[in-house]
Design a protein around this ligand. Sequence first.
Ligand code: FE2
Length: 370
Amino acid sequence: MSNTLETLVEVGAPVLEGTDHVELWVGNARQAAYHYRNAFGFDVVAYAGPETGVRDRASYVLQQGKVRLVLTAPLLPEGQVADHVRLHGDGVRAIALRVEDARAAYEAATARGARGVGEPTTVTDENGAITFASVATFGDTVHHFVERNEYSGVHWPGYREDRRAGGGVGLRFIDHTVGNVELGKMDDWVTFYSEVFGFTVFQEFDEHDIATQYSALRSKVARDPRSMITFPINEPAVGVRASQIQEYLDYYRGSGVQHIAVHTDDIVSTVAAMRDRGVEFLTAPRSYYAALGERAEGIDEDLERLENLSVLIDRDDDGYLLQIFTRPVGDRPTLFFEVIQRKGCKGFGKGNFKALFEAIEREQAARGNL
Ligand code: FE2
């Protein structure tokens, strides 16, 4: 962000192709993999650890549709992974972005103001080569640039196949990944994605749109117009009582990924399957459905079925969307998932924020943090 305008003009933004994977650093990767396999339906596809020559950590790779999660835990109390887990609890360490040329992406990003945290490196095995590099984003979160060349292995050199089917619940691809940042920092990070990555900022909410009685947040959405990678950024707004974003920041000890939204083509069957498998979702109050009015007019789904599943509905001029949020996936009130089905609507559920926040705040109050 410190570079001059002249530099920005000279160096084009990194060319991104999509999300390669999201890596979570967790306290116990084996049990986290069990959770995401059994509750979320992911297939376990690869493993790295002492048996594959990695001495200090264990990693499981999970896949469903195009969504790839890497779950990594430390094997020893020392080191970067252990430090991260001690400070933040389980959380997202890296949003890895697929590129055609990792070195060029890294050079472009750093020339345009990103802080490099990993120089371009090529790793190889009998299946080919992967080149990757890393830059910092908010908090301790990083972006990897991943160039897969013609790599034909299951994930990455150092991993072995570990095929255990999870059955799937219809999760297809990541729709967006949301960052929570400190009060007053949202615009800095939106500017970061605009200046470094060439993203456009195309929609925003402020505390007037989404305030509830007790708390509020501000949100802007940064999106890559080419790859459609989308990063909404939230910051707390000053409410009467603690914002849910502030609660996240307190427990995560700083900025980090708040939620990962995954698209499904059939939210009713996906959410029903996830509920059967034990995933816990936020529930919407009955009053939410009673008050839907014209927002629910002309939808293809059975409204009673949506209400029974607590699926939320929002619409804009282009259509509607259906969405639901899980409870936090760990003990700390930090990371959660969203399941989303878009039927034309390009928004993020602005009309649901109030109903959603009231539901979140009931939980926050139960934890004594409101
Ligand atoms: Fe979302």
